[in-house]
Design a binder for this molecule. Structure first.
Ligand SMILES: [Zn+2]
Length: 484
C-alpha cells in the first residue's frame, strides 16, 4: 500500500520517513543510507530500506536529509527565555546580581509560564525533543505550577528540575507546599520527569544535606551546578561524596573548575556531566569540561543553559563543545612543544553526547536517544532543499555538527507525534506565546524603569589599552614606496 504524502498528520495511524541517511546512534553507531524509519503510535516500529507500511501511513520524504534521534538538553533555565538575549554581554557575576539579588523575585508565576512556553516551543523547533527545565526561580509553589502548566501544554518531553535561588534548598524542600506540589503534579512519566535542582556551596556545615535527604526520600535525582568558578568547588563535591549523596542519577552541570580528585569521585559514583560549552566560554564557569571529563571516563551530555545569552539549539552546543575540546587538545600539546596529528574527539562523539548521552544522564536510555525498534519515536529530520549548505552530505556526523543549523530542521517527532513539519511547528500557537512573553517584557520594563532596564543590558566595559607597538604604519608605507 503506497503511503500518502504528508499533508495532515492528525489521525494518521503511522508515519514513515522515507529514504534518508539514518544516524541510529545504537550501540554500534549504525548509519544507514537510503533507509526508512517507520513510526507506529508512539514507537519506532521498523528501520531499514523500502519498508512495507500499514494502510493510511503518512509519508515524509527524507531523501537528501539526515534522520537522527531527537536531541536532549540536560540543563536549560527555561523561565529565562522570556528575556531572550538580554544578557548577551553579561558575565556570570552580572547574571547572578541581576537574577538572584536584584530582579529574580520580580518574576510572577505568569512570567515563569511565559518563558517556559516560549522555551518549550523553541526546543521543539530546533529538534530538541527532551529538555530539562532547570527551574530555579520558584519562589512560590504558584510559580512551580505555572512552570509545569507550560511544560504540559507543549508536546515535548521534559524533566522538571525544581529549584529556588531565593531560598536555601534545605528551606524550600522542607515545606509542606513543596511536598504537596510533588504529590499533585509530579507523576514522573516518561513525558514529564522530575529532578531537584540546587547547588552545594561548600559550607563545611553542609546545610544542603537536608535537601539531599528529601531527594533520597522522594527517590528524585539531584542536578547541581558543580565546578563553577567563584560559586561551587571541590568542597561541595567532597561533602556530597562523604555523605553518600553522589549517585549514578546525579547530574553535574558544567563540572568545569574541579580538581582530579573531584572528577575521580564523580567517575567512581557513576554520575553524569552536563557540558554547556557556549555558556562556559562567555560567562566564566571554567574551561568547557569535556576534555577533562573524557580523561576520567565520566559520561557526557550537552546543554545550552539559558537563552538569556545563547541560542537554545543543540547544534550550537555540539559545535562549541567540539571546538572547545579540540582547542584544549591542541593547547595542551603546544604547551609541551608537541603537535596533535590525530584528533581524539570525533563529530560522531558529539552527536552521541547530544542524543544518547543526554538520555543516559536522565535515566531515559530505554525511552529515547537512539533510533531503534521499540523505543519511543523522538526523531529529527535535518533536511533543507532550499539551502546550498545541505549538499553534498559526505560525512553525515560532520554535517550535523559543523554544517547544519536549527533552520535545517525539517521534521520533528516526539513520542510518535509530528510536532514540526516542512520547517514549521505543527499546531503551535505562536501568537499566544508572543502575547504572554510581550506581557512579561513590558511588565519587567515598567517595574525596572527605562534606565535600570537599559543599564542591566549594557554593563560597564572595563578599561583596556592597545599595547605599545615599536612599528608604525606610516614608516612601513614610506619604506614600501621607496622600494618600488
Ligand atoms: Zn545553569
Amino acid at each position: 500500500m503506497p503511503a500518502t504524502p504528508a499533508t495532515d498528520f492528525a489521525g494518521a495511524p503511522a508515519v514513515v520517513l522515507r529514504g534518508g541517511t539514518v544516524l541510529t546512534m545504537d550501540d554500534r553507531r549504525t548509519v544507514l543510507t537510503g533507509a526508512d524509519v517507520l513510526v507506529v503510535g508512539q514507537r519506532i516500529e521498523a528501520v531499514g530500506p523500502a519498508l512495507e507500511v500499514p494502510e493510511g501511513t503518512v509519508e515524509v520524504d527524507a531523501t537528501g536529509g539526515i534522520v537522527m534521534p531527537g536531541m536532549v538538553d540536560t540543563h536549560r533555565h527555561m523561565w529565562q527565555t522570556a528575556v531572550r538575549g538580554y544578557g548577551a554581554d553579561w558575565t556570570l557575576t552580572q547574571y547572578f546580581v541581576w537574577n538572584y539579588l536584584e530582579h529574580g523575585r520580580k518574576f510572577r508565576p505568569q512570567d515563569i509560564y511565559a518563558g517556559n512556553l516560549l522555551s518549550g516551543l523553541e526546543a521543539l523547533e530546533a529538534g530538541v525533543t527532551t529538555s530539562v527545565d532547570w527551574s530555579h526561580n520558584l519562589h512560590t509553589v504558584e510559580h512551580a505550577d505555572a512552570a509545569v502548566d507550560a511544560l504540559e501544554e507543549v508536546p515535548g518531553r521534559f524533566v522538571f528540575a525544581y529549584g529556588n535561588i531565593q531560598a536555601g534548598p534545605w528551606e524550600w524542600s522542607a515545606t509542606p507546599e513543596f511536598r504537596d506540589f510533588v504529590e499533585r503534579r509530579m507523576k514522573r512519566t516518561d513525558m514529564l520527569g522530575f529532578q531537584m535542582a540546587f547547588d552545594v556551596t561548600g559550607d563545611p556545615e553542609f546545610p544542603e544535606k537536608a535537601a539531599f535527604e528529601v531527594a533520597r526520600d522522594l527517590g528524585v535525582p539531584v542536578t547541581t551546578h558543580a565546578g563553577v568558578w567563584g560559586a561551587t568547588n571541590d568542597n561541595g563535591i567532597r561533602l556530597m561524596h562523604e555523605h553518600g549523596f553522589m549517585t549514578p542519577e546525579t547530574v553535574y552541570v558544567h563540572a568545569a573548575t574541579l580538581s582530579d580528585d573531584s572528577y575521580q569521585r564523580i567517575a567512581a559514583t557513576g554520575g553524569h556531566a552536563s557540558v554547556a560549552a557556549e555558556s562556559e566560554a562567555s560567562c566564566g564557569q571554567g574551561y568547557p569540561s569535556s576534555w577533562s571529563l573524557r580523561r576520567h571516563g565520566i559520561p557526557i551530555s550537552l546543554s545550552m543553559d539559558t537563552s538569556v545569552w545563547m541560542s537554545a539549539d543543540i547544534f550550537s552546543a555540539m559545535r562549541s563543545t567540539l571546538s572547545a575540546d579540540r582547542t584544549r587538545e591542541h593547547h595542551e600539546a603546544h604547551a609541551g612543544n608537541e603537535t596533535v596529528t590525530h584528533l581524539a574527539v570525533r563529530a560522531a562523539d558529539v552527536v552521541e553526547w547530544a542524543t544518547r548521552g543526554g538520555a543516559r544522564a536522565l535515566g531515559l536510555d530505554d525511552v529515547t536517544g537512539s533510533i531503534e525498534v521499540g523505543k519511543k519515536a523522538d526523531v529529527v529530520l535535518v533536511k533543507n532543499d532550499d539551502s546550498p549548505v545541505m549538499f553534498p552530505v559526505l560525512n553525515p556526523y560532520g554535517h550535523v555538527v559543523m554544517q547544519a543549523q536549527r533552520g535545517d530542521v525539517h521534521t520533528v517527532l516526539v513520542d510518535g507525534k509530528v510536532v514540526k513539519h516542512a520547517h514549521k511547528l505543527v499546531a503551535a500557537d505562536l501568537v499566544r506565546a508572543r502575547r504572554v512573553v510581550e506581557d512579561t517584557v513590558s511588565y519587567l520594563q515598567d517595574t525596572l524603569g527605562a534606565e535600570e532596564w537599559a543599564a542591566g543590558m549594557s554593563p560597564d566595559i572595563p578599561e583596556s589599552k592597545v599595547l605599545d607597538n615599536p612599528y608604525t604604519y606610516t614608516e612601513y608605507a614610506d619604506a614600501s614606496t621607496h622600494t618600488r
